[in-house]
Design a protein around this ligand. Sequence first.
Ligand code: ZN
Ligand code: ZN
Length: 353
Amino acid sequence: MDTKELSAKVGACPAEAGQDVSKYGISARNITEKGYCRENLVPRHAPQDGPAGEADACERSAIGRALGILGDRWVLLILECAFLLRIRTFAGWRDELGISESVLAARLKELVRHGIFTPAAYRDGRTRYEYRLTGAGLRLWSFLVAIHGWERDWADRPGLLTLIHDTCGHEARPYLVCGACREPMSARDTSTERGPQVSIARIGLPRHHRRTLRGDDRTDYLGYCPHSMEILGDRWSTAVLAAALLGVKRFVDFQHELGIAPSVLATRLKLFVDLGVLAADSCRLYRLTDKGLAFFEVFAFLADWAQRELPAPEHTGLIITHGPCGARLHPVLLCRACDGELGRDEIHFEVSR
Ligand SMILES: [Zn+2]
Ligand SMILES: [Zn+2]
């Protein structure tokens, strides 16, 4: 088998320094989100394609908005291509992903609207446009690296990319630590404070794209992350897992927190049990397995990015704290080989074909 090594720097700018973590609130005021009925909390209709209205965006919390933007299979694949292969052009994504032009155009438009890409004209015989990651877009690198790490550790997929730490020259195998005390951090040693009106898992709503679960299983040589896609590529799945990571265990509590139809909830819970992310016991309690708990690393970076980059209502409803030191969530990735902090400009992926 021919093996061709590609190297792709992750992002182009120096690593961001001086991270400021000021608040980690999740708004409770999502209960009357467009498309959901306050009384029975069941979707009135399927979510529609196309950008959400600004009013809708303003009502949602930062994490809810982040899941709304990123909780989509195509969006994640577009971002992976941008980071790993430095794809910047419409034709580049279309050819790499086999994505339809209308779907790609809609996703790029949305990513531009959310300030993750910015279009830039360049001359190539005639004027063309490319899409460059903005500062906010580039700061998604740790979220994507965390997805890669979870997939590497838990999805048992041969051929996944290898992440190299340039500073020490070894495979990074990143692990999560608390930015304040530099000790390893997990879902087990973090606690969540909820405001009195917080409906925690409403953070996952609404999603603006239709998606078919487990559909379109395109095989890809880059080792994109299909297990993560099952979780992050679907709005209900992300909401269910977010609720589980924040302590929800009982079927009725998921229902209550999510405002999710029982049949939809049952489907997602079964999916997570099948994926080995949740385990159901005889009392219908759904507990996170080690694999599910490990997804906290991905969630932590999603929450962190959301709180930094996305505007949200003032009232803070949810604060995630690292128990041993008492500091608010500030996730940092360290290299397992040298224990140094990973910076975006100090790592690259090696792609085997
Ligand atoms: Zn700490
Ligand atoms: Zn290292």
